[in-house]
Write a protein that binds this ligand. Sequence first.
Ligand code: PEP
Length: 258
Amino acid sequence: MSKRKPLISGNWKMHHNHFEAIQMVQKLSYLINPGDYEAVDVSIHPPFTDLRSVQTVLESDRIPVALGAQNCHWEEKGAFTGEVAPTMLAKMNVSLVIVGHSERRELFGETDQQVNKKVKAVLKAEMTPILCCGETLEEREAGGTADKVSGQIKAGLAGLKGEQVAGLVIAYEPIWAIGTGRTATPEDAQAVCAAIRQVVADGWKDAADSVRIQYGGSVKPATAPDLMRQPDIDGALVGGAALDPDEFSRIINYRLVG
Ligand code: PEP
């Protein structure tokens, strides 16, 4: 089948207050060309406190960038101090939620089981999860990349039906490449993304063709074109470079380079 429409997502992590966020979105909207939106889907994932302001700018200026969140809880309501429910995000027209980012797993102890509950909760609230997976440097050097990543995908998607898996997004983010300036080679990233698609095909058959698999890990304007050319890479999850509208827009129009 032809390649899926790429999704380029900007994960702002814990950067930009809501005033700065508004400026960022406005700058970005001037830099993205109408042709870019035809060729790629774009999402931005600001901190929770920015979501309402960013939603207002995107909707009032009719900017076709999807609003995303970086995390959520799996329950709909209750005594979970500090947490945010998927339904609260959906009410703000959030359409994509990053689930199981390696920073959540490594710094906040998120387990595969919790990630699986979040994936299900995001789907139940009619949003799309971006399920993250990726290996540490030690795991990579010990030849454990495939096992680690396939284990995370199987656990993250456990109990889902094929039609639920079909529309979702998986982000392959080698942990050693996140925020380090080191990027997997396009060939290495392609090999792991192809293996991820095979895991999906083994468990959920036809869904594998429509799952979008992003690569993430120090993606920059210079590295995006070769990564995006790979047959199993359907987009990018971008951290550092997404904080700068100019850099992020150059990743979004990677097609114009090289
Ligand atoms: C990320 O935040 O998921 C990420 C890939 O960050 P960076 O692009 O800075 O490596």
